[in-house]
Ligand binder design. Sequence first.
Ligand code: MN
Ligand code: MN
Length: 330
Amino acid sequence: MQETRPGAGMDVPRFSGIATFMRLPHLPPERAEGVELGLVGVPFDLGTTNRPGARFGPRALREAASTLRRLNGATGVDPFALARAADLGDAPVNPADLADSLVRIEAFFDRLVTRGIVPLAAGGDHLVSLPILRALARRYGPLGMVHFDAHTDFYDRYFGGARFTHGTPFRRAVEEGVLDPRRVVQIGIRGTLYDGEDVAFARAAGVRIVPIEELVDEGREAIVAEARAVVGDGPVYVSFDIDALDPSQAPGTGTPEIGGIGVHDAQRMIRALDGLDLVGADLVEVSPPYDVGGLTAWTGANLLFELLCVLARAVARRRGDGAVTGAPTD
Ligand code: MN
Ligand code: MN
């Protein structure tokens, strides 16, 4: 059995060594025997329609995440005691071919999901969610989703006929039957629109859209309670677009929108997803070229850790670990 825990941060300084997510051992998928939770980078940004750079996200997130400690101070969760985890490296991409990249990414995640590994992906632009969802739906059937974003990503086409961009992944996912739109909730939606066709399609399909105004007015506890009811007991994916956050706290992203979610509220909302049947998650759209002092990568890495904690709890619960009952204290 491979080692699946981070190195002890008090033996070796956390800033030293080769950067991996959470200082986990780096195992290629073919050596990931026994791994239950796989962290994966997806260095892809050919779906970007405005400011590029998210292909550099995984490296920046690994560097920032390598300095995290192992315990969640707020909830007491030690994700590495709950699930065997590893950094499985980057999914293969073809920077000269969008369609080929989607095929390669899907095949990579398909191998993980087939082995029962729960993926936690670091983008990349938001189009990377589509091949991951396809792989997961093959195992679990149509998925529910809790989606944090400034944008719905429910557009149909860009620039005439482009059907695959970071503004269209969930339109394709609903068309392909990998997402059940009646079990999808989008939180933090805001900003100017092209024409509103994305919102109209999503609402007609049954998606629950929570604009930022509603989140602020109703409060995060009410919104998360509703989100939990919307996704219900079935398998759930969590997708966190870093542009859901206010750009003052996460400037390093391609499509910033003012008036966003605060980092603290984001942490609390992710923790409140504990207990759902979570089968995978991603954090996308960190674009280091637009970052300021590494702030966005740092924030993204910490949110990856929060996602890791709730995923590890779900893994342990499905395994039948009796120690994982009820909700952690937060
Ligand atoms: Mn997005
Ligand atoms: Mn977005």
